[in-house]
Design a protein around this ligand. Structure first.
Ligand SMILES: Cc1cc2nc3c(=O)[nH]c(=O)nc-3n(C[C@H](O)[C@H](O)[C@H](O)COP(=O)(O)OP(=O)(O)OC[C@H]3O[C@@H](n4cnc5c(N)ncnc54)[C@H](O)[C@@H]3O)c2cc1C
Length: 411
């Protein structure tokens, strides 16, 4: 039996801890705030299997300045962070070249195709399967041009096995009667789903692990060192040792990889939402508003309206005007949405320039593994990531080519 430390108790770290525990290892999870309000607790809850196109698609780079002119628009950069973002942006530009974007697309397809394979057994085992609603998602458009502009993206999705059904505006309203006349086109994606509350999933997963003897330690780890026979982690409280370490510290991961001499282009892409506890409209599934780049999900804790991509590093304070702006956007589409007061929230998506996570063995140490950088898709890809990390740790052959997720791509 190996002693393995999983550093980070978000959805990625917890899923890995679960999978390695099931494989018979002795697991310790360390997190400075194991039950805290991190990005895994407040996201939109979507199992977004159709999101197989990277953000860095050909031509997108030149749209970025236009988006950035609107500080409450879908994408913004905090002025005091713009210079620091340049290396990441340059990588984003390179990733948007046609061949690179196609490779990223294929690598996302490989992960998302297997999203449910290990998620469903894990959810059944930990007793949350009723919280997974496989009701499909509705992607809606308000303009012909917006719909036309996305046709290449839909063609790639369809080619990669995503099932879609075209809907006129009226057909979309049959699916979701609360939608107003603004909606002109829709695409229904039956394979997508959502969880009724992402916080419930992480809470239940953590509780299950504790009940089964997985040790949780609250501490902040500042360095990871290798020695010939084991690994040591220097926390604020003490030094921890383990046979192997999995680094699953989300948006905070790159300073720990740098210590290993391994560069990683990882940025916080802050997202926002507002959750309205008692909304005056009802929807039945996740709705994606393609042109305005936000989503609405019907969670048990309320109607969650979320989106936005704000690059400002990990230390800038949140700007909750963005949460309010998302509610105003939702009102454009839902004429009966009058109740606008809700709980505002924001979290740091761990984002790479090519939209691919880092699921990888360290280049400098074969006892250290990386699992972070899942951007918009950490919940969707949690179980498949855990499987791939387990296969790497046990030197098992995989049916997925993991070279595209390797940290080597940045070095
Ligand atoms: C608005 C919004 C909506 C989203 N919607 C969706 C969605 O619908 N579907 C989807 O699939 N994904 C969605 N995402 C993305 C998803 O939430 C993330 O990709 C995922 O939660 C990342 O999980 P993680 O475990 O890597 O990171 P985290 O949840 O951030 O966990 C990392 C953990 O590491 C700990 N940590 C960091 N550094 C240290 C250290 N040095 N020592 C100890 N502990 C440390 C932190 O305390 C934290 O608990 C959304 C994100 C946002 C912001």
């Amino acid at each position: 039996m190996q002693n393995i430390i999983v550093l980070g108790a978000g959805i990625i770290g917890l899923s890995i801890a679960y999978t390695l525990y099931k494989a018979g290892d002795s697991i310790t999870v360390i997190d400075r705030d194991p039950a805290g309000d991190k990005v895994s607790f407040g996201n939109a809850g979507s199992i977004a299997v159709m999101e197989v196109n990277p953000a860095s698609v050909p031509g997108v780079f030149w749209k970025v300045p236009g988006w950035m002119l609107n500080p409450l628009g879908p994408l913004s950069v905090r002025p005091n962070y713009s210079l620091k973002l340049l290396p990441w942006l340059y990588r984003f530009y390179l990733a948007s070249k046609e061949q690179h974007a196609l490779r990223s697309h294929q690598a996302l397809v490989a992960l998302n195709t297997h999203a449910y394979r290990d998620m469903i057994p894990m959810f059944k085992d930990i007793g949350v399967i009723d919280a997974l609603k496989q009701k499909g998602a509705l992607v809606v458009y308000e303009s012909d041009i917006g719909f036309q502009q996305d046709q290449n993206m839909w063609a790639l999705r369809i080619k990669s096995g995503i099932i879609t059904e075209y809907l006129s505006g009226d057909d979309a309203r049959k699916y979701e009667p609360a939608l107003g006349e603004r909606v002109k086109h829709g695409m229904f994606v039956p394979q997508a789903g959502y969880v009724t509350d992402p916080k419930y999933i992480v809470d239940q997963l953590r509780t299950w692990l504790i009940k089964h003897g997985v040790k949780f330690i609250q501490d902040e780890v500042n360095s990871i060192q290798k020695s010939p026979n084991n690994m040591s982690l220097e926390g604020r409280k003490t030094v921890y040792t383990a046979d192997k370490v999995v680094l699953a510290t989300g948006a905070w991961s790159s300073c720990l990889t740098k210590q290993q001499g391994e560069k990683c282009y990882l940025e916080s892409e802050r997202g926002y939402n507002t959750t309205i506890r008692n909304p005056d409209i009802k929807i039945s599934r996740e709705i994606v508003f393609a042109e305005r780049k936000f989503v609405i999900t019907p969670l048990t804790c309320g109607l969650r309206i979320g989106g936005a991509a704000e690059f400002g590093g990990l230390n800038n304070p949140p700007n909750y005007k963005r949460s309010d702006a998302l509610v105003k956007l939702a009102q454009l589409y839902f004429p009966d949405l009058k109740q606008t007061i809700g709980t505002v929230w924001s979290g740091h998506r761990p984002s790479t320039p090519d939209s691919l996570p880092v699921i990888s063995r360290s280049m400098s140490c074969d006892r250290l593994f990386y699992a972070f950088g899942h951007g918009h898709l950490g919940l969707t890809q949690c179980a498949i990531t855990a499987r791939l990390i387990k296969e790497m740790i046990f030197n098992e052959t995989s049916d997925i080519d993991t070279s595209m997720y390797s940290i080597e791509r940045f070095n």
